[in-house]
Design a protein around this ligand. Structure first.
Ligand code: MTE
Ligand code: MOS
Length: 714
């Protein structure tokens, strides 16, 4: 282990554990001491309707009703496209869409007023089925080779559909934002978020002010997992408009039901795969990927891009065709969640490979091994795997740990008892950093170090601590280069007034991309260091020279500079009387390059893997025929608790990335991505394999298992 990997106490450990950290809901007054008004949203009760009239009762003094008419600038939130309204236009497009906000000093009174507002709607038929949805916000297509020829020459052709459901981020702290008009005329927006500059860009436009007309601070944030990438831009815009109208500080914090029902989640997916096999080898794959985007486009473009780039998996398939669509339905807009579209398509390709292997009568682990990509091979987008691909070694390591290969063959034999076992394996990557040329063309990250006269150094960057450890790992990198004790280097929560735009806290990019900028900045500072003097250095992102330029219009080139790799194996025992599945062991082997802090990285791996296991097995969320999400509490939407943590073993396989700090690669999202492919495969094997029971959706719950078993009895 490198010295930098040695674990330290996280810088925010003590304040968080002692309850001293101030979250947005904890403020008792605005910065200037004035009281904070409570804001509560008026949510649409229908999935699709024209708004005829909103009847607001007479408001007591000091109370306000805020809606689209109060937006001083543009009533559109800047995300990727600008189709998400701040407050509803003439129509509502999903249940929960914010029509307006009631604001006032007393929460009970605000709730009373909200209850008395009567909205007259003209109800329209909602679009709820992605199979029949007509509007695609995004429709991409790419491929290489000659797919038609490969299918016409194939020995076998296999076709199958795979579906995945919602997954909610269920961060401990719900969404919450606050806006305060300052005496100097500026707006101050702060709250729970991942991307201060995204909020800044969005609110600026909504208020119609100049960049320095507002500033945005990330408060202590109780988890994001992607759910606070774009949503705070929307809620931040809403509170900013309210604060502007009331000329007072306004805060809106969601309760858990609002959060579960109305905020962005992982896109449900439908993937149709067609695979050609000749002489025992896969010669072509045709992937048709549909994501349920919900009512507005928000982040669907980037989620879909990552999803379809991963669609053919990590296998050498000479002929590839991929089509991906993010379709509009009248449901809550979906967004980012750890993995960004890749968990959906990796589930599809991993299950497809399992099934094709079984149909061919070969062991699926060996079948996958025979197709693994290696260094120098072409990626799905005709880029290149520039660095070693350690997956075969990682499979061997997992095999050593849990006897994967022997068990996989053993459990494939007929089982008859009440309890039956299965083991499933998935192998996959996470493309490190933003997709395509995003880092170079869109983000253009800048990071700074400020040294004070007393010799302390402050990191100036816009990335947020969301539990993944940046407040500790950024200073660790800088302290290491400057040979300073860790307490001399610190990283505060970013305020756009003080820090440059080093980009958003997404795509597992911060540590790898911005961490490297800070490492280089620290070297610069070391070279000019003068005791007793205040000094500042800056670093800017430069794209690595080896990159094959990526063209988004053609989906061609290097979608990512490098990849983090993983192999998962999950072993289960299914009780065929009850349908309950017990996980006997969950093994994850992860290559995220050099760990910047061993405990932090292991925390990331274990937490992410567990989220993936929840996604695979129990986290079920769906809407009814009116478009209403029915699982809006933790008694209806089950996530793994501490009692559900299985025997879990995470391992690190280190393949250093020369362009990441000390060889680090993007780490945060990888551990979630492959769990469904391993878990559902394990349950399927326990039930007798795909010829007996072909499982093709996730989550695969105890109810689903029972349904399969009852089929057998018939
Ligand atoms: N870990 C914790 N504890 N809390 C989080 O919200 N978000 C994940 C991951 N790990 C998250 C987390 C997501 S979605 C991303 S993109 C990465 O952390 C961000 O990692 P980075 O800081 O290296 O960009
Ligand atoms: Mo992470 S889903 O990229 O915020």
């Amino acid at each position: 282990m490198k010295e930098i990997s040695r674990s330290v106490v996280k810088k925010d450990h003590a304040p968080k554990m002692s309850g001293k950290s101030v979250y947005v809901g904890d403020y008792t007054a605005a910065k200037d001491g004035s009281p904070i008004l409570v804001g509560k949203l008026l949510h649409s009760k229908l999935a699709r309707a024209k708004i005829i009239k909103v009847n607001v009762p007479k408001l007591p003094d000091g109370y306000y009703y805020v809606d689209a008419k109060d937006v001083p600038g543009d009533n559109n939130v800047n995300i990727v496209l600008d189709d998400t309204p701040v407050y509803a236009r003439e129509t509502v497009e999903y249940i929960g869409e914010p029509i307006g906000m009631v604001v006032g000093p007393d929460e009970k009174e605000v709730i009373r007023i909200l209850g008395e507002i009567n909205v007259e709607y003209e109800e329209l038929e909602p679009v709820l089925d992605i199979r029949t949805a007509e509007k695609a916000f995004f429709d991409y297509e790419f491929g290489h080779g000659d797919i038609e020829k490969a299918f016409s020459e194939a020995d076998h052709i296999f076709e199958e559909e795979f579906e995945t459901g919602y997954q909610d981020q269920t961060y401990l702290e719900t969404q919450g934002m606050m806006a305060e008009p300052e005496k100097n005329g500026k707006m101050y927006v702060h709250g729970s978020m991942q991307c201060a500059y995204y909020v800044h860009g969005a609110v600026m436009r909504v208020l119609g002010c100049a960049p320095d007309g507002l500033h945005v601070l990330q408060d202590v944030t109780g988890g994001g997992f992607g759910g606070k990438e774009a949503f705070p831009s929307i809620l931040g815009s809403q509170v900013a408009v309210a604060a502007h109208k009331a000329n007072a500080a306004v805060r809106c914090v969601f309760d858990r039901r609002e959060d579960l029902e109305y905020t962005s989640k992982r896109h449900p997916s439908l993937c149709k795969y067609k695979m050609a096999v000749k002489d025992g080898k896969v010669t072509a794959v045709d992937c048709d990927v549909i994501f349920n985007a919900g009512a507005y486009s928000t982040l669907s473009a980037v989620v879909l891009q990552r999803g379809i780039i991963a669609a053919p998996g990590i296998y050498n398939i000479p002929n590839v065709h991929v089509r991906g669509r993010a379709v509009k339905t009248n449901t809550s807009p979906c967004g980012a969640y750890r993995g960004f579209g890749a968990p959906q398509t990796f589930f599809a390709i991993e299950m497809m490979m399992n099934h094709v292997a079984q149909e061919l009568g070969v062991d699926s682990v060996e079948f996958k091994e025979a197709h693994l990509v290696k260094k120098g091979d072409m990626t799905s987008t005709q880029g290149k795997y520039h660095f070693p691909v350690p997956v075969q070694d990682m499979i061997n390591e997992i095999d050593k740990e849990c006897d994967l290969k022997r068990k996989h063959k053993e459990y494939a034999k007929e089982q008859t008892g009440r309890y039956r076992r299965g083991i499933g394996m998935s192998a996959y990557f996470h493309g490190a950093g933003f997709t395509g040329s995003g880092e170079r063309d869109l983000i253009k990250a800048v990071a700074k170090l400020h040294k004070y006269a007393d010799g302390t150094v402050e990191v100036l960057a816009s990335n947020g601590e969301i539990g993944q450890g940046l407040r500790t790992t950024f200073p660790k990198i800088v302290a290491n280069e400057l040979n300073l004790p860790l307490d001399k280097v610190y990283y505060n929560h970013p305020d756009t007034e003080r820090v440059p735009d080093s980009g958003p806290t997404v795509a597992s990019r911060s540590l790898m991309v911005v961490g490297e900028l800070l490492r280089r900045a620290a070297i610069k500072l070391r070279d000019i260091w003068e005791d007793g003097k205040e000094q500042e250095v800056e670093e800017r992102f430069k794209e690595p020279d080896f990159m094959i330029p990526f063209y988004l219009d053609k989906f061609q080139g290097d979608a990512y500079p490098t990849y983090a790799w993983a192999v998962n194996a999950i072993e289960v025992e299914v009780d065929t009387y009850t349908g309950l599945t017990k996980i006997l062991g969950a093994y994850g082997n992860f290559d995220v390059g050099t760990p910047m802090d061993y405990n932090i990285v292991m925390g990331q791996m274990e937490g992410g893997f567990l989220q993936g296991i929840g996604y695979s097995s129990i986290e079920k969320m769906d809407y009814d025929n009116k478009g209403r999400i029915r699982n809006n509490s933790f008694s209806d939407y089950l996530i793994p608790t501490t009692k559900d943590v299985p025997n879990m073993k995470c391992m690190l396989h280190v393949e250093e990335y020369p362009q990441g700090p000390y060889g680090a690669k993007g780490a945060g999202e990888l551990p979630l991505v492959g769990a469904p492919g391993a878990y559902v495969a394990a349950v399927e094997q326990a039930l007798g394999g795909c010829k007996m029971h072909r499982l093709n959706h996730a989550p695969f719950t105890a109810e689903d298992t029972l349904k399969e078993i009852t089929k057998e009895a018939k």
